[in-house]
Design a protein around this ligand. Sequence first.
Ligand code: ADP
Ligand code: ASP
Ligand code: MG
Length: 406
Amino acid sequence: MALIVQKYGGTSVGTTERIENVAQRVAQSHARGDRICVTVSAMSGETNRLVDLGNAIDPGADRREADVLLSTGEQVTIALLSMALQKLGCPARSFTGGQAGILTDSAHSKARILDIDATRLHAQLDDGRVCVVAGFQGRDGDGNITTLGRGGSDTTAVALAAALKADECQIYTDVDGVYTTDPRVEPRARRLERITFEEMLEMASLGSKVLQIRAVEMAGKYNVPLRVLSSFEDGPGTLITYEEDGMEQPLISGIAFNRDEAQLTMAGVPDKPGIAHAVLGPIADANIEVDMIVQNVGDDASTDLTFTVHRNDYDRALEIIQRVGQEIGATDVTGDNTIAKLSLVGVGMRSHAGIASQMFEALASVGINIRMISTSEIKISVVVDDKFLELGVRTLHEAFGLAADE
Ligand code: ADP
Ligand code: ASP
Ligand code: MG
């Protein structure tokens, strides 16, 4: 008898009909004799609606209250799914994150799970009931409701799977697996049978929102077998695995992209020790996360420093470096919030030279100018004008032969 954790995302529980469809799937798994713990997201669009409601009162509202508000979306779906399961004759009981024993820190809106006391869930599962747990939420040590950051139900699922020592954690969504790139941008994208934790982590970090980054991190850390599947059709989905020795790795597994970036440049700064700190220190002090950084020294002993931040932080970052630029005598401070980052990911890259030049050649062949480059062992990222994003994705998909066979 297997213990399975299943997670159904917002689109999969977007209407009462869909919730009844999910209930059918859950009831079938339960009828096979497996022990099932389900976690669900809010109905699609609901969390955004709640965010807007809060913003209408006060965009700077107390984050504790914002979490009380946002957590209600998932509370609706656990009740509806439990009702739908009971209607099918499948014994089920709903639990909020706190009731399920999910203990987090107190960082409202981005809380981390510290521990799960699964006693209550175990007792229900032992009694033959399906547990239906609200995703995306927990409670802190003082009993306050917390939320785990957008897309956080994935993390709830993996944390529950780790705590319950589940045999598999199944993430049901509106695509039938992890693809070579977002199928909404490249319809020829191909479903991957498997992808390594390392690659999935890079893909998620570089913008592929099919799984929340933290969920992948946690699955890798606690060795949770993770599978992405469709809630609308049957199929094997994509298994996230460890890299196996001796297994022939594909060169490139996928292409990730991110439109949420903005670029800032400070030019003509005197080249001396401490400049990078003088520029990036105040950015860090303002709690703005920096992604890529490039520094270039010209032959006139001046230096240019370019870096990227999240687009939401662009205005604040520009203001800061305009001020710092004046203080340290930069000749020019510029910014651009119409950029995008495009990344190739693959563990096979480790053992192959020439991937970067092949990437740059492909982008040049369609006239896409590269503005910044950064590499790691298993990824190459470039910054381009955001109007070229779709063209860039499709060009690279073709150049690296990632498309499905026709
Ligand atoms: P859920 O509401 O179920 O959590 P999400 O919208 O968070 O679903 O994630 C599924 C979406 O992720 C898909 O509809 C797809 O557009 C997008 N996506 C981005 N990159 C990929 C990828 N490489 N493979 C599959 N889906 C991807
Ligand atoms: N409902 C939350 C969100 O929209 C969490 C989730 O769906 O995973 O971000
Ligand atoms: Mg999601």
